[in-house]
Design a protein around this ligand. Sequence first.
Ligand SMILES: NC(=O)c1ccc[n+]([C@@H]2O[C@H](COP(=O)([O-])OP(=O)(O)OC[C@H]3O[C@@H](n4cnc5c(N)ncnc54)[C@H](O)[C@@H]3O)[C@@H](O)[C@H]2O)c1
Ligand SMILES: O=c1ccn([C@@H]2O[C@H](COP(=O)(O)OP(=O)(O)O[C@H]3O[C@H](CO)[C@@H](O)[C@H](O)[C@H]3O)[C@@H](O)[C@H]2O)c(=O)[nH]1
Length: 470
Amino acid sequence: MTTQVKKICCLGAGYVGGPTCAVIAYKCHDIDVTIVDLNESRIAAWNSDHLPIYEPGLDKIVFERRGKNLFFTTQVEQSVLEADLIFVSVNTPTKKSGLGAGFAADLAYVESATRQIADVAKSSKIVVEKSTVPCRTAESMRTILEANSNENIRFDILSNPEFLAEGTAINDLLNPDRVLIGGLQTPEGMKAQQALVEVYAHWVPTDRIITTNLWSSELSKLAANALLAQRISSINALSAICEATGADIDEVAYACGRDTRIGPKFLKASVGFGGSCFQKDILNLVYLSEQLNLPEVAAYWKQVVDLNEYQKKRFVSRVIKTLFNTITNKKIAIFGFAFKKDTGDTRESAAITLCKDFIQENAKVRIYDPKVTTEQIFLDLSEPGVVDNTKQLKNRVTIAKSAYEASEDADAIVITTEWDEFKVSIELDYQKIYDQMHKPAFIFDGRLILDAEKLRNIGFRVHTIGRAEA
Ligand SMILES: NC(=O)c1ccc[n+]([C@@H]2O[C@H](COP(=O)([O-])OP(=O)(O)OC[C@H]3O[C@@H](n4cnc5c(N)ncnc54)[C@H](O)[C@@H]3O)[C@@H](O)[C@H]2O)c1
Ligand SMILES: O=c1ccn([C@@H]2O[C@H](COP(=O)(O)OP(=O)(O)O[C@H]3O[C@H](CO)[C@@H](O)[C@H](O)[C@H]3O)[C@@H](O)[C@H]2O)c(=O)[nH]1
């Protein structure tokens, strides 16, 4: 007989814990789901009308289940005590100092969450590693938990990595390509695995629920992100060749993607991938490879990140070169600051690197993003611990409330995020924008979203990633 899960607790109310467990509550009315976090303001926001993260469709789900079978609280102990199954969905950032700094994942939050469970639990629990972690982290969690178990309490560890992408999280959670559940291949481990399978089976077809051993599950998460990011770096590497030869990267991507063995997704050239996961997880894989004494494997994956940095620098150079080799005191309108459309998240956004480089070149940067707050932008551009650049930022950076405001008197527009509202045919009146800009008026499309021909007819000088200058 399998254990039936009745109460779930999730440690970590972030971009993953919040949406994932809200969807579980939405789809499983027979399960009580409590999401806990140490961060009081984050929990207060989850309990308010303004959720702490922007994600299309999330509000509806939270508002429908909150107070019924979905709860947000800072009361970690109580929630852990009551739960039969606990998701650990805390942050695992790249280590900033110590052994493996700059590469390895910082597992301090995972360990402290695990110890909290061990300290508080008075009955058996299934503990699910939801955070993205290096291979064999579950073993450390198990060691800590087992050292605290006795004949009345047992802990079973599962790995259930999350594959949602921001901006489409709710759809990804409601219709996942697959759900992956790793467990120890012992009778108890498989029983725990089955209990979690039954939770997802409330809405996910069972042929999409994959069960594997623990280590395959952990490694598959890093592998999936590495493979996805590798495609973007591959297409971005080709975009440099396109710019030099007259080939068009969108045409090349389309032609290659029509081969069913290659497929069309994740072949959009860009100013470089951002987000909290790709870089972190690949560096994590690089570190793991080095630790396993596999330097060639480490170098192979590291190149995916190096190419991404190169792509950002290459784009900055193109902007400067085109603007007559100097951008000192020129006004550059930045369209978009989030790492992709439909999110307010700026973690590792390419826009941050680009803006910092433009500021270093003494340009005046005017930023507009429909979802990112002014405070967040200044936080991302400040360099605490390196230099105090507050004064420089005040002189060089302003935030606009619209694309029109950002481009007033600008010398150039740089498209950094592919928000739909920047597309020519949808909302923006580019003639109006052109009329208010300095001439010649330049547009640099770092996302391949603009109709270059239409813009050239207005009078713009258009430069697009992956296309030669017209
Ligand atoms: N963001 C994504 O799209 C995404 C997708 C898949 C996987 N992941 C992985 O999921 C994990 C979480 O990512 P995120 O983006 O949700 O991070 P996040 O920073 O948004 O959220 C993590 C939360 O955990 C809380 N926390 C830390 N220690 C805690 C503890 N002991 N008890 C309770 N709460 C605690 C933090 O206060 C924070 O609010 C990471 O490992 C990440 O790599 C993220
Ligand atoms: O063809 C493409 C696709 C994406 N990107 C960029 O790549 C970054 C990441 O995009 P995306 O993968 O859509 O968003 P994330 O939310 O970072 O999701 C990734 O990272 C998550 C965290 O691990 C995983 O769960 C998801 O499966 C994985 O797609 C963004 O800057 C995108 O603009 C491109 O430049 N070209």
